[in-house]
Design a binder for this molecule. Sequence first.
Ligand code: ADP
Length: 441
Amino acid sequence: MLCTIALGAFSLFYLQRVLTSSREATLARRVGRLERFVDSASHVEPSLTLQDALQEFSVINPENDVFRVEDANMHPLISIGLTDRSMSWPNQNCNAPCFRLIQLHGSRMRLLQQIVTLRGQRMRLTLAGQVDEHYDILRMVRNSYLISIPILWTLSIAAGLLLAHRALMPVDRITRAAQTISIRDMRSRLPVPQTGDEIQRLAVAWNDLLERLDGAVSRLRQFTGDISHDLRTSLTVMSATTQVSLKKRRTTEEYEQALGIILQECQSTTQLLDDLLAASRTETQEQVAHVPIPISEMVEEACEQIRGRLEEKQLVIRPQIESDHWIYGDLSLVRRLILILLDNAVKYTPRSGTITVLLHEEENSLGLHVEDTGVGIAADQLDRVFDRFYRVDSSRNRDHSGNGLGLAIAKWITEVHGATISVASYEHKGSTFTVHFPTLS
Ligand code: ADP
């Protein structure tokens, strides 16, 4: 709005300047014409007096509303349009034209006053022409601005509101749809306007986000159910075992057996809670320790640790571990990472299978490979096994305890150690999990 006012004021000012300078240029041209006329008149008719020449000039050039020439004693040789001598002479010497605006006989006039030399004498020349029509033009232009600018404002405000309303309509629809989506029902999606602009991209991005949230929420629901079920089963087993044991006096072996069952349930519950805690740690930007770790030793120890379970399932383990490799990191986290991979290899390899554990230096890293001849993972599931709470095909997993957190924790541990983890797998043939640790520099 300020811009239109400024533009209007500037154009009025500019128009006034143009009209004024054009009138001044016209008056200045008349002075030249007068000088030439007087000169040529004295050549053509030497007997003609200056007064007569001026008179003749005023007849031939009647366009001046004021025409006055005075000699050095301020005696007027001709005076048209001025009834008295009240038209004061400006303070400057006016060898060049002096211009001003005067009010005469109710009209506005642009006045020129200048010292000119006519027939060798210095004379005071006063010329003026009406400029009323210029002011009429300026007034008309100003009035048209005063009418058109408010109309323009009103129109542009209305058009702006209309456009804003139309542009925001899809946002409004999206907002209303978003208000109906809740954690209970995350299947609804936002309407995607086919506008090809940011709003369409925003709606698509929100729908992608909702898709991911929907997946995460249903996995969380499934997980909460599974965890509750696991905890409840453990507690039921422990309380039932205790109740049965307490019903009557038992032999020492029977008490030992009952305590063994309770211990096993306690351990699996502790493992579950540990996993949950570790998973919650992956959410925080927690700093982990950075100390030298004898990784070769640690992998060998882990292989020993699972030997009991290997024997239970008649699995063969083939460790091929280059000795004396070290990495920097957090001791307990790296141990956990190795155990997650070994534990999975044991869980998902059927009886009489083979597990190979390799640790050796590669081009720019230290590679840890855990290979098994187990059930493998379908190609379309490979990307997802590192997601939290993700378990491949639950029917296949029915026999294996687990909560879908192991590989998510493993991935987080590799990330905080600047390492990478990947998997290659063929269904019914086996899987290879590979971790590349940065080498010590
Ligand atoms: P879980 O507690 O279910 O083992 P993980 O996060 O450790 O959770 O593993 C996620 C899923 O990846 C498992 O449910 C399993 O289906 C699959 N998986 C992991 N390791 C192996 C493996 N060595 N062989 C076959 N499948 C595996």
